[in-house]
Design a protein around this ligand. Structure first.
Ligand code: HEC
Ligand code: HEC
Length: 177
């Protein structure tokens, strides 16, 4: 009985030791104490990705969000459920955001930077650069998820209007030319 107890005790100690991280000095930490998730990294069963609530307000009725920083890609302020996925021959985003239609739709027009081949600076006229076709690659919907670590980043804007509009194409070569 006593022997069995000792064996299991040393087994527990051995397993515990395996997850110990030795820091400089005398302090020792378990892996679960490090990082943000506070769970073992060897098992996913208690881990749920944060999803948050997405807006259900339809395009045309939503309120635009202030940009995160100057010339950051604006967050999508409206519901996109019926607009996805974006397919090769079907991109509903363009219907409302293409500059000719955007004004009458009350939508922000796709900016000049998206009609420019940025690598070469070539003006593509009214042809959207292929790299910009998949809007969802850069533009995301704002959600109400609580970040595990408070975000203290504060965007800086050189002009008040840039809180709601971008001007990347005009300032791209600032300080270079
Ligand atoms: C039916 C028209 C319509 C469609 C389709 C549409 N939008 Fe919009 N979008 C709008 C309108 C109008 C606004 C302005 C806010 C409002 O009135 O809801 C807007 C706002 C936005 C904004 C915020 C712009 C800013 O200045 O802050 C982004 C980004 C955006 N839409 C991206 C998209 C993407 C990506 C898609 C495709 C998945 C899409 N939209 C499809 C009409 C549309
Ligand atoms: C490769 C990343 C990328 C893709 C793809 C992309 N955008 Fe953008 N978008 C940006 C960035 C960055 C900005 C802000 C700087 C600028 O204007 O170029 C922006 C700005 C915008 C703006 C704000 C314009 C203004 O005047 O304030 C709209 C509207 C927009 N994009 C719509 C779209 C739509 C619709 C698509 C898909 C057809 C799309 N974007 C694809 C990165 C992207």
């Amino acid at each position: 009985m006593k022997k069995a107890f000792l064996i299991s005790l040393s087994l527990i100690m051995f397993l515990g030791m395996a997850n110990l991280i030795h820091a400089d000095g005398d302090e020792e930490y378990y892996e679960e104490e490090l990082g943000i998730r506070k769970q073992t990294i060897y098992d996913e069963k208690n881990i749920m990705p944060a999803t948050g609530e997405k807006t259900t307000i339809e395009a045309g009725s939503s309120e635009k969000f202030e940009r995160a920083f100057e010339n950051s890609p604006p967050l999508i302020s409206h519901d996109v459920t019926d607009m996805l996925p974006i397919a090769q021959k079907d991109n509903l985003c363009l219907d409302c955001h293409i500059p000719e239609e955007a004004v009458s739709m009350g939508a922000t027009p796709i900016p000049k930077s998206h009609f420019t081949e940025l690598g070469t600076g070539k003006d593509l006229g009214d042809k959207l650069d292929g790299d910009r076709y998949n809007c969802m690659q850069c533009h995301v919907i704002q959600t109400t998820a609580t970040p595990p670590v408070a975000n203290i980043f504060k965007g800086e804007f050189r002009a008040e209007e840039q809180k709601y509009r971008s001007n990347l194409i005009d300032i791209l070569n600032e300080g270079v030319e």
